[in-house]
Ligand binder design. Sequence first.
Ligand code: NI
Length: 153
Amino acid sequence: MAIRKIVTEGDEILTKKCREVTEINDRVLELIDDMKETMYKAEGVGLAAPQVGILKRVVVIDIGEGCLELINPEIIGEKGEQRESEGCLSVPGVYGVTVRPYQVLVVAQDRTGAEIHITAEGLLAKALCHEIDHLNGILFRSHVVEYHEPEEE
Ligand code: NI
């Protein structure tokens, strides 16, 4: 495993739509492992492949309940609304309140290629929306209704 460099806002790659993963080979598995290591090192709750310069539909998310590794994730249902603070490892130092669905239903493949369904709400729903947006070249700024200073931990 290796730490990869996180691409930041201004780089064109973050505005591009990612390609579907058609074969889960060693390169894809290595990408997932590297993304996890990179996310934990940066203390993020999620990371999408374009953030490490790879235009593939792969995301990792860990909100403190174990790591989700998602290949070709897609939101197939959403309900409600939440307004919560959000940030992004590719947009360092910028935080804003976004409007997102409160609950989402996501279909994806895991690292074995098996189809998985995830029903998520709150923070996990927000993280799923944020990371899947990255796969479509969309940054969280698109959903910000109000920017704010970083909160003290
Ligand atoms: Ni992000």
